[in-house]
Write a protein that binds this ligand. Structure first.
Ligand SMILES: *Cc1c(COP(=O)(O)O)cnc(C)c1O
Length: 437
């Protein structure tokens, strides 16, 4: 199929990459395994666009999987980083900029009273989990954690888990190299099923250290939590002395200035952040109630550290991004643009006679080849992957770069203006014809 073709240079680079890098990529989804065809090797980016190795321009709807909310190479971000570059790359000693960033995060996310910066979402989630285990139930060594099918919290061993055979049995590793002993304390429940939470706490209540959840899931395409699901979670955690950790690595500063927790009006005990707070550089964070955070070394017994944590160049990039998203009307415009994209793309898909729907929150969206918006992992898996793949390649050919998988969310930036969205919609009308024809 012509949509799977790309110019010579991408193909050459892919072949060359595969000789020295496993699968040719440094993170699996980049390899296009789910959609087939040749991954595009990106050479530069600007605003809502990036260009591949053949010089072909794409409208970018992955935004580095979330971080690029102000668009690529925003002049204020670039200037902030250039200023920082001249003052040194890394010190291994504290800086004023880190304190400013902590203050900024705390100002924007009221449930966070103290915060620690790290370098990736994986590291932040892993550290939050260790902290929760070290602090829950008065620090008396609770071991069990709850996560939900379809939520991703990075690739720490105890979080790479799929559901066990029975509903309340503990999970099995979802990756080779993770011993079952490590995942035996992780219970994997269905997303948006409050009754399973009730049952799990009834069975294991006082052993549960932490419930970790994506408040609006963005790693099984986009799936919103129901308010009842989150309210049940909050109530049970409080009742049983378990720590509620919201993984907002994707949703933080993406769905709203205060994150998904501000939309639902529910305060977690810990919040995990990443992606947007680095603005495209490696910054992530975990934070929450002071009495929990004080269990961290050097104050408490929970160890956590990082050579490049709070790196000055990365923090300069993140801070410049956090300033830009606070400009008046930023989220109103971003949400309205994203909502229009999704409304009109859904209308076009349905006009082509396809079972097709979509959803968006702030600058994050989901499109689904299904009759109704999915509410959990099983419903996401049941969407029409083959149709998505045809659509993906038809869009790619027309210069629109969507996430190369039916199971990933999409991202709009402030640089995606009305004309960029119009161009996307006219490509989509043609692409739907390819899918239905
Ligand atoms: C991306 C993501 C992570 C992992 O972050 P990395 O920086 O890729 O390690 C964790 N949780 C969620 C919800 C994410 O979207």
């Amino acid at each position: 199929m012509s949509g799977q073709m790309s110019g010579d240079r991408n193909q050459q680079l892919f072949e060359r990459a595969r000789r020295t890098i496993p699968g040719g990529v440094n993170s699996p989804v980049r390899a296009f395994r789910s959609v087939g065809g040749t991954p595009r090797f990106i050479s530069k980016a600007q605003g809502p666009y990036f260009w591949d190795a053949d010089g072909k321009r794409y409208i970018d709807y992955i935004g580095s999987w979330g971080p690029m909310i102000v668009g690529h190479t925003h002049p204020k971000v670039v200037a902030a980083m250039q200023g920082a570059l001249e003052r040194g790359l890394s010190y291994g000693a504290p800086t004023e900029a880190e304190v400013e960033m902590a203050e900024e995060i705390i100002k924007l996310v009221p449930s966070i009273q103290q915060v620690r910066l790290v370098s990736s979402g994986t590291e932040a989630a892993m550290s939050a989990l260790r902290l929760a285990r070290g602090a829950a139930g008065g620090g008396k060594g609770r071991r069990k954690i709850i996560k939900f099918e379809g939520c991703y919290h990075g690739h720490a061993d105890s979080l790479l888990v799929k559901a066990g055979s029975g509903l309340l049995t503990f999970g099995n590793p979802s990756s080779a190299g993770v011993p079952a002993e490590i995942t035996q304390h992780t219970l994997v429940l269905d997303y948006n099923d409050p009754q399973q939470l009730e049952d799990a706490f009834k069975a294991h209540g006082d052993d549960i250290a932490c419930v970790m959840v994506e408040v609006i899931a963005g790693n099984m395409n986009l799936v919103r939590a129901t308010p009842e699901f989150l309210q049940t979670m909050r109530r049970l955690c409080t009742q049983h002395g378990a720590i509620l950790a919201f993984d907002e690595v994707m949703t933080g500063f993406r769905v709203a200035l205060g994150g998904a927790q501000s939309i639902y009006g529910i305060e977690p005990d810990l919040t995990v952040l990443g992606k947007v707070i680095g603005g495209g550089m490696p910054v992530a964070a975990f934070g929450g109630r002071k009495e929990i955070m004080q269990h961290l070394a050097p104050l408490g017994g929970v160890y956590q550290a990082g050579t490049l944590s709070g790196n000055p160049i990365a923090v300069a990039c993140g801070m410049a991004t956090l300033k830009l998203i606070q400009e008046p009307g930023f989220y109103d415009r971003l949400s309205a643009n994203t909502a229009r994209l999704i409304q009109e793309i859904v209308a076009a898909g349905q006009a082509a006679g396809l079972p097709f729907c979509g959803d968006s929150v702030g600058g994050m969206f989901g499109i689904y080849f299904a009759a109704s918006v999915p509410g959990n992992y099983a419903q996401i898996i049941a969407t029409d992957k083959n149709r998505f793949n045809v659509f993906f390649h038809a869009m790619l050919e027309r210069g629109i770069y969507l996430a190369p998988s039916a199971y990933e969310a999409g991202f709009v930036s402030a640089a995606h203006d009305a004309s960029v969205i119009d161009a996307t919609l006219s490509a989509a009308r043609e692409a739907f014809a390819a899918v239905s024809g």
